[in-house]
Write a protein that binds this ligand. Structure first.
Ligand code: BJW
Ligand code: ZN
Length: 257
């Protein structure tokens, strides 16, 4: 058996020496901020079936229900604070900006998140790619125009100022394509990275879940932080099991204890 402290030290060294790390986060990183993850309640999410609140079909069936659901989630995200894991990632980015081979306006670290809660930005991370959109925006279901930010309580039902079409949350539901610019940026960063860190995601939702695998196939070491095994564990160079809020501050600190 390898000593977990040794594994953590080796993974830490990789991250400290990396020149262009990519990080992928999921709901688990916000769990310690009091935001519920998706799959901890057996597909029922705040008492709603995922199909009712996270698909376009569900929205068409009952847009009021979906807007109320997202209003509730916006309220809970608005009072949540970033935790030690979000902050450790923001510090890591700052450190790379100071010492890394960054150009003036483009830091070397790319943080890909599947979360829509905005907590990475609240913690100070700058290069965040929100793969699944944001709680803080709406988009017209007819003409596609985006409205950001939306009020904390979006009036039900909101309509587009341009075309009077029905506004929908600016998030990516099942069966919908990701924003092409964002997924391109994610793929490009994945193809250029020298280490890939995956934090708090069940790694089953595509295409995000395929990104670390794409890096691993090039021989790039993948480091995983999760409470439990995921499909990433099979090919990860290092899997560190525990809470992100406890592991990341140590893993990403310049002076480990
Ligand atoms: C901790 C922790 C702590 C807890 N510390 N860790 C069959 C095969 C392949 C693909 C498909 C398929 N059938 C259908 C698909 C496609 C589908 C998909 O992948 N489905 C899978 C479920 C199989 N994908 C899509 O539909 C995507 N689009 C697409 O494919 O488009 C194709 C297309 C192309 C061209 C035209 C048209 C279409 C879109 C996916 C969008 C996902 N959207 C959601 C909702 C976003 C908005 C919102 O939030 O309201 O995104 S669903 C939900 O899942 C959300 C999340 O971002 C995403 C991922 O979840 P995440 O973050 O991993 O959370 P959990 O709860 O699953 O896991 C938490 C983890 O944290 C656990 O592992 C815990 O152990 C851990 N944890 N506490 C560390 N303290
Ligand atoms: Zn419109």
């Amino acid at each position: 058996m390898r000593d977990p402290r040794d594994l953590e030290r080796q993974a830490r060294r990789l991250l400290m020496e990396a020149r262009s790390p990519v990080i992928l986060t999921g709901a688990g990183i916000s769990a310690e901020s009091g935001i519920r993850t998706f799959r901890d309640s057996g597909g029922l999410w705040e008492q709603h079936a995922i199909d009712d609140v996270a698909t376009l079909q569900g929205f068409r069936r009952d847009p009021e229900l979906v807007w109320r659901f997202y209003n509730a989630r916006r309220r809970s995200a608005s009072t949540a604070s970033p935790n030690t894991a979000h902050r450790a990632l923001a510090h890591y980015e700052q450190r790379l900006r100071r010492y890394g081979p960054s150009s003036a306006d483009h830091g070397p670290l790319i943080l890909l998140t599947q979360n829509i809660d905005g907590l990475h930005q609240k913690a100070g991370s700058r290069h965040v790619v929100e793969l699944h959109g944001t709680l803080w925006g709406a988009r017209c279901s007819e003409c596609g125009i985006r409205t950001t930010p939306v009020p904390l309580e979006v009036p039900i039902l909101p309509s587009c100022e341009e075309c009077d079409g029905l506004l929908r949350p600016d998030v990516v539901w099942f069966g919908e394509p990701l924003d092409p610019e964002r997924i391109d940026r994610a793929l490009e960063a994945t193809d250029a990275c020298d280490v890939f860190l995956v934090v708090g995601t069940s790694a089953i939702v595509q295409p995000a879940a395929g990104l670390p695998y794409q890096a691993a196939r090039r021989g790039v070491p993948v480091i995983e932080v999760n409470l439990e095994e995921t499909p990433v564990t099979r090919y990860a160079a290092y899997s560190l099991f525990g809470k992100a809020g406890e592991i990341l501050p140590e893993l990403l600190s310049e002076q480990p204890s």
